[in-house]
Write a protein that binds this ligand. Structure first.
Ligand SMILES: CSCC[C@H](NC(C)=O)C(=O)O
Ligand SMILES: [Zn+2]
Ligand SMILES: [Zn+2]
Length: 430
């Protein structure tokens, strides 16, 4: 049995922004060690643009030592390390289970926060405030604590379980999962099924994501005739850009209406279009020779991407001569993970949830996570963060998670992980 000896020094200090007594702080020593570990992890500043990845690696190394699990590190890019903790199964030749989480978090606007976003302050209701409480440091610690409990109870699972900790998800995953899935060390993991992040659900149910919308980030370049700002110059960049904007934003209106008029649609079922950047011009009285406009498009897996791009091409053509566009992101893979009851992975996942009386709501993830790279190499992946009764606050001010919800999530994984690791061998595995 592994004795939990994680040092509690930081946790026992009073919170910077909270009262030392009477502010809902548990007396030292009374807090569940899993919550203390979570709060310690939240205090690491793995925040962009300069995440303390070394701090995270040291933290995770220490946990691997406690759990007596080997930790492998692969530098997929200079200063970008993927680390993998492995709990070998009784039958290591079978396909393994991946428990993925990213270590980085998005920046904060501290002036809009009630507490220091890296103090992990816990209020009287047990709500823990910090960047990453929902996205996704909770899941990292929940995986770890579930494995810790299972090991302490003497379990040994049939399939191998890998806990993977990746950098740079929040900045597109290029120097993280996107590169790592093509690495020979990734192939060696022999992954059969993956869990990655999901979203909180404000109600009683838990949301599970079986696919994602494809992110397309596009910049449309509009060249035009320059001239004096006092004249009616023909064929200006601005006139073309106006047409382009109209086409994109008219389509946006249609999709918004489609979402709002259908009872069964969620955000993941329609295409969103947002104009996010505009560039051009040098002076008030000089008509510029070029203007650029950028859009963030999110396209559901049911949309024909070739036809959609043809539509964009048409909009640009209609807006005037010599308009070009280029993509900063253009994810093309539209694979979704099976949620048929006949699918052994889904059946194990949903069966374990059912046994815990959890109601699941299946959705397409509206934004992009590292799951898209995992699915793109043919591995089924489910996005799931066990947080019900919780408002969706990822990337928002005052991101928080209640400690009881956090603790319940550990129990959820304690059932889920053995269920997945017990999926019987497939015919091609023996
Ligand atoms: C397209 S890469 C950026 C990834 C980011 N993910 C999340 C979850 O916010 C996004 O969807 O914008
Ligand atoms: Zn995330
Ligand atoms: Zn995020």
């Amino acid at each position: 049995m592994v004795v939990f000896v994680f040092p509690r020094l930081v946790t026992m200090l009073p919170d910077k922004d909270g009262p030392v007594a009477g502010g809902g702080q548990s007396p030292p020593g009374a807090e569940d060690p899993a919550v203390s570990l979570f709060r310690d992890y939240l205090r690491l500043r793995t925040v962009h643009p300069d995440p303390d990845y070394d701090g995270a690696l040291r933290f995770l190394d220490r946990i691997a030592e406690e759990l007596e699990l080997p930790m492998k590190k692969i530098e997929v890019w200079p200063d970008r390390v993927v680390s993998i903790m492995t709990w070998e199964g009784k039958n290591p030749s079978l396909k393994s289970i991946l428990l993925n989480s990213h270590t980085d978090v998005v920046p904060v606007f501290q002036e809009h926060w009630k507490y220091d976003a890296f103090s992990a302050f816990k209020d009287a209701e047990g709500n823990i405030y910090a960047r990453g409480t929902q996205d996704m440091k909770c899941v990292t610690i929940q995986y770890i604590q579930a494995i810790r409990r299972l090991k302490a109870e003497g379990h040994r699972l049939m399939r191998t379980v890998h806990l993977m900790f990746v950098p740079d998800e929040e900045v597109g995953g290029h120097k993280g999962m996107e590169t790592f899935v093509k690495h020979p060390e990734f192939q060696k993991l022999n992954i059969g099924f993956a869990l990655d992040e999901g979203l909180a659900n404000p109600g009683e149910a838990f949301t599970v994501f079986y696919g994602e919308r494809n992110p397309w980030w596009i910049t449309v370049h509009c060249p035009g005739s320059p001239g004096h700002g006092s004249r009616f110059v023909e064929n200006t960049a601005a006139e073309k850009m106006r047409q382009v904007i109209n086409s994109f934003l008219n389509f946006r209106e249609k999709e918004k209406t489609r979402l709002n008029t259908s009872e069964c649609f969620t955000l993941g079922d329609v295409t969103t279009v947002n104009m996010t950047m505009v560039k051009g011009g040098v002076a008030y009285n000089v008509i510029p020779a070029e203007m650029d406009v950028s859009f963030d498009l999110r396209i559901p897996p049911t949309v024909n991407l070739q036809e959609f791009e043809a539509q964009i091409k048409q909009w640009c053509k209609e807006a005037g001569e010599d308009i070009t566009y280029k993509f900063a992101q253009k994810h093309m893979n539209q694979d979704v993970t099976s949620t048929e009851e006949s699918d052994p992975w889904w059946s194990a996942f949903s069966g374990a949830c059912k046994a815990m009386n959890m109601r699941l709501e299946k959705e397409i993830f509206p934004a992009a996570t590292d799951s898209r790279f995992i699915r793109a190499v043919g591995i089924p992946a489910i996005g799931f963060s066990p947080m019900n009764r919780t408002p969706i606050l990822l990337h928002d001010h005052n991101e928080y998670l209640n400690e009881q919800i956090f603790l319940k999530g550990i129990s959820v994984y304690e059932r889920l992980i053995p269920a997945l690791a017990s999926v019987p061998a497939f015919p091609d595995e023996v």
